[in-house]
Design a protein around this ligand. Sequence first.
Ligand SMILES: [Zn+2]
Length: 281
Amino acid sequence: MTKEPHLTRAPGGAAPPAGPAVLRRANLSLVLRELREHRSLSRADIAEATGLHRATVSNLMAELLERRLVREVGVEHVGAIGRPRRTVALHGAHVGALGMEINVDYIAVHGTDLSGRVLVERRVVYDTMGNGPDSAVRRLGLVAKEAVEAMRRAGAAPAGIAVAVPGLVDVTRGVVTLAPNLYWHNLPLADQLSSILGSLHVPVRVDNDANLAALAEYTSGIAAGTPDLVYLTGEVGVGGGIISGGKLLRGADGFSGEVGHLRVDPNGDECGCGRIGCWET
Ligand SMILES: [Zn+2]
């Protein structure tokens, strides 16, 4: 069985239909992920690990080198005979990603470059509930702007921002459907943040905090590589994220893992969500 895609276009060729472009993007990601996990590899190693043809890997590598996302690191001699093989590694010092978190009483940012070097790390005390959504989004936008500028000064342009919110999120629209502990309801956070960031042009995504925490633990944290796991958060609220078969489980309406609002005591206290006796209470 082969995972080889139908990909023949050389860089600089005619614009392909959407299919091959999407496939090429996926393959570029695949190669970058492989390099992230193994530090340095030859093109042959990458072909073997990914199931892509050697020629395809060389073609993808040409683009990654041109974009300065990988660099040639050296020559590897395999055994006494055979050609020496050039190895490549992630470069990525000029591309980064910014993670943000907003909770009841703080805003946090964490920015790294592609190699994982931490460029920005900050936690700001902020009364999110008391200040209301408009002020909170403005403050979040200001903290994001400062972090993006700091990363750029450090030489890394953020390719995107992910914002973790303790609530139910419509990920495709970037809307916080309900965050009871923040008193947020149907807040178009991704759009509002994008308009504050304006000319900085950094794409914004919003997701549930426990989902992102589960993904982080699965990709590089304490449960790295564990394909099936449940992550529970318990700050002011209680939430959960589920990784199943190596993928984040979102559920039919995107509310998978939201265990904090399961009723555990029918005679309990009133919850921020308006129901009685949720686990969170
Ligand atoms: Zn509740």
